[in-house]
Design a binder for this molecule. Structure first.
Ligand code: MCN
Ligand code: CUM
Length: 785
């Protein structure tokens, strides 16, 4: 493996590593300001209860306490409720009722963290407990308690009904289909669980009227605009700084009540106020993911041609609809559920409901619900293979879209930009030695081997890089990204972008994009991000949109600089611009390559060493706003091999083969790291993770003792392969990859476990396939979710 610095794309170690491996990263909790105070949040012990009274007098009397803020205090400022990303409202601090266990009730500001926490114990809240809705399937029952009685005239727990596709056509195909299979499945509630929890440091300067907020947000500019809209503060007087982030995975997209409390705390006390949540607070109250109850159906021919697919979803959105996705799509991009297959028609219906659980939704490397969609179709394909007695690989090969069908418009109207799916699946099967694995499995079954071997496949297509302004916005903000590039007189460059790395290595890969386009070393390019005062506007990092959108902006802005450099070079070399040609890093005279100027020489000259032609401004810099023409559609084929112990239900992942196609790879090493992480996520969700509640709404997984994160022990040595199908509309042919493996891998793991359990006649079992759930499935008992 070469790790020397390339001039553009290629493997190189992250520039960030220099500070990260020396412990020199700067996270929100590392930021210390003079006179800084500390906040702590009092949370509800009940899932659903009316608040009768809140008495803060004892807490206020505790020495060291500077302020106690309640819902009532905030109501006086018009800040007790804040808008969510899905046009709902969410309580900042509860005023009328608490609606999930762990909901924010009061905020204490004190001289240090310990006093703040101690003061929480002195706040007396009188609650009247109410019955709660924990299982979404009961949310719409006549007798269900109404959770959102704060909403005018609200008499039930219904949020939205939404459908996509062609119902009539789909029904017609189902009616005459030779084979129909149907399967209920749950994608359980899980949590992104980043190692760094959420927090904020707010500093309001009364003299200048400027508010500075340090916060690990994935979308600094969007946060600033929302603060301006909600608090009525002038946008240019707000500065959001997102320093190093210890993992986001979607959990740091939204604005949390604690952020608003820290800001109000600073305004009230006139001092900087820092609030950091602990692990349990993070798991109980910040953005959950999934929680989709799905019924999927496939119509096919007897020989395994899939013709139609339809699905009904009951979506549990928790107590407030805070789901993050482009505004038009209440179920995110779920309607790509026809997956990677050539299916004539499809239809889906999604109903969203409130429950007494934490709000959020979508988060956890989700590509806006494509995770659920891929899991659904990939599980259904295996269910169909089971019923037809067909090999799941053969069934997939038979139905995959062919290369000559691209660009391909899906039955719900998505235009897949490019792909060669059979090639990718064939490579994965070859790497796995698929036929040999099947032979080994047959032999072991024939020999009555106690340990059960399973082979699971999945094929996924994602839609990432939100998104074209005419189709997508979040609360009215179109999803285009800005970029600015300046080349200093000595030829070193600084790129300013709006996206926000949480561990994806943008400081390296974005420098590589400039390096590739300008022919300089990535070491000579500084990438500035994460500070709204220093960077152009853009919507941030989620939905694997950084490379598709900001990455394209970075390439385009560099090309603009290169064009300016050409005009300068033409003056330097005294030839017409049309007579110049670009070879990496240098403009030279066509047919006379020795006669030329390097980008460094041009940079210096652009500052005045040559007389520039009329209309050429000089200096090498440019700005650009990139509005993507389409999403990018990365894809991949995954094969998982497991061994299951039927006596204990323990699953060992023996091998995992992943062939990903994300178009042109900027830094293959970083891409592989992204895939490794996502595959581990897949094992976590498939085998270990579940946000569980008892029937009263008590959270059963609010620590890493119960909510398990996969480690090297549970993960095999990943076997990665790649194919490269460039995106035709992206300037460098790249597609996003940050969520691919998390999206694609859970189905492969679950399919492998169920393949192992096939001799027991088990067709489906829900995640997580913990030892106890696998054992229960073998005993024919219900799975616990
Ligand atoms: N890349 C590349 N070549 C490509 C595609 C991507 O070299 N063809 C590089 C990119 O330049 C970038 C990284 O791979 O450095 C991921 O790029 P991209 O797919 O554009 O995704 P984003 O940068 O937008 O990251 C977001 C994505 C999401 S949405 C989640 S969730 C997630 C993920 O990234 N959260 C992560 N990966 C994560 N990785 C870490 N370490 N921490 C998180 O919180
Ligand atoms: Cu949906 S998790 Mo990522 O898009 O930040």
């Amino acid at each position: 493996m070469t790790t020397s610095t390339p001039m553009g794309f290629g493997r190189m170690h992250r520039k960030e590593d220099a500070r990260f491996i020396r412990g020199r990263g700067q996270y929100v909790d590392d930021v210390q300001l003079p006179g800084m105070l500390h906040g702590a949040i009092l949370r509800s012990p009940h899932a659903h209860a009316r608040i009768l009274s809140v008495d803060t007098s004892a807490a206020e009397a505790l020495p060291g306490v500077k302020a106690v803020i309640t819902g009532e205090t905030l109501a006086g400022l018009g800040l007790a409720w804040m808008p969510t990303l899905s046009k709902d409202v969410q309580a900042v601090l509860a005023t009328d009722k608490v609606r999930f266990q762990g909901q924010e009730v009061a905020f204490v500001v004190a001289e240090d963290r310990y006093i703040a926490r101690d003061a929480l114990e002195l706040i007396e809240v009188d609650y009247e407990p109410l019955p709660s809705v924990i299982d979404a399937r009961t949310a719409l029952a006549e007798a269900a308690p109404v959770i959102r009685d704060d909403l005018d005239g609200k008499k039930d727990n219904h949020i939205f009904d939404w459908e996509a596709g062609d119902r009539a056509h789909t029904e017609a195909i189902f009616e005459r289909a030779e084979v129909r299979v149907s399967q209920d499945m749950l994608y359980p509630r899980v949590h992104p669980a980043p190692l760094e929890t959420c927090g904020a440091l707010a500093d309001f300067d009364k003299v200048t009227g400027k508010l500075t907020v340090w916060c690990p947000t994935q979308a600094p500019h969007a946060h600033r605009t929302l603060y301006a809209m909600v608090a009525g503060l002038p946008e240019h007087k707000i500065r959001v700084i997102s320093p190093d982030i210890g993992g986001g995975f979607g959990g740091k997209v939204g604005i949390y009540p604690g952020y608003v409390c820290a800001i109000v705390g600073s305004i009230v006390t006139g001092k900087p106020v820092k609030w950091m949540e602990d692990r349990s607070e993070n798991l109980m109250s910040t953005a959950f993911a999934r929680d989709y109850h799905m019924t999927g159906e496939i119509a096919a021919t007897q020989d395994g041609r899939v013709q139609a697919i339809r699905v009904k979803v009951l979506a549990d959105h928790g107590a407030f609809n805070g789901t993050a996705q482009p505004t038009k799509f209440p179920a995110g991009f779920f309607h790509v559920f026809s997956g990677s297959y050539d299916i004539e028609t499809a239809h889906c219906e999604v109903t969203g409901v409130y429950s007494n659980k934490a709000p959020g939704g979508v988060a956890y490397a989700c590509s806006f619900r494509i995770t659920e969609a891929v899991y659904l179709v990939e599980r259904l394909m295996d269910v169909l293979a089971y019923e037809l007695g067909m090999d799941p690989a053969e069934l997939r090969m038979k139905n995959l879209l062919r290369a000559d069908q691209f660009p391909y418009t899906s039955p719900t109207g998505w235009e897949y930009d490019s792909g060669d799916y059979p090639r990718t699946l064939a490579l994965a099967m070859e790497m796995a030695g698929y036929d040999k694995l099947r032979a080994e499995q047959a032999e072991r079954r024939a020999n009555g081997d106690r340990r059960l071997m399973g082979i699971g496949l999945s094929f996924f297509t994602e839609a990432v890089g939100a998104g074209p302004r005419k189709h997508m916005d979040i609360l009215g903000l179109g999803m285009a990204d800005g970029a600015e590039l300046r080349v200093h007189p000595t030829g070193k460059a600084v790129l300013r972008v709006s996206c926000q790395s949480q561990g994806q290595g943008h400081e390296t890969t974005f420098a590589q994009i400039v390096a590739e386009e300008l022919g300089i070393s990535p070491d000579d390019v500084d990438v500035v991000h994460g500070d709204t005062d220093q960077t152009p506007f853009g919507l941030g990092t989620y939905g694997s949109r950084s490379t598709p959108v900001s990455g394209a902006a970075a390439a385009m802005v560099t090309r603009k600089v290169r064009d300016r450099a050409k005009l300068v070079a033409s003056a330097m070399l005294e030839v017409a611009p049309d007579d110049l040609e670009w070879t990496k890093g240098r403009w030279s005279v066509k047919g006379d390559p020795k006669h030329g100027a390097t980008i460094q020489e041009i940079a210096l000259a652009s500052h005045g060493a040559v007389e520039l032609p009329e209309g050429v401004e000089g200096h090498l810099d440019a700005t650009c706003v990139y509005n993507p023409p389409n999403l990018t559609y990365p894809f991949g084929a995954y094969i998982c091999v497991v061994d299951v112990d039927p006596d204990t239900g323990q699953v060992d992942v023996r091998r995992f083969i992943a062939v990903d196609d994300c178009g042109v790879r900027i830094n293959p090493m970083i891409v592989e790291g992204q895939i490794h992480g996502g595959l581990a996520d897949g094992i976590g969700m498939a085998l270990m993770q579940l946000m569980a509640f008892d029937e009263d709404g008590n959270h059963l997984g609010a620590s890493f003792m119960d909510y398990l994160l996969p480690t090297a022990v549970e993960c095999p040595s990943w076997e990665l392969g790649e194919t490269v199908t460039p995106s035709p509309h992206h300037p460098i042919g790249a597609k996003g990859v940050g969520e691919s493996a998390t999206v694609g891998s859970p189905a492969a793991v679950v399919n492998a476990v169920l393949d192992a359990l096939k001799p027991y006649g088990i067709r489906h079992a829900d995640m997580p396939l913990t030892p106890s759930n696998v054992w229960r499935a073998i005993q024919g008992r219900p799975i616990r979710t």
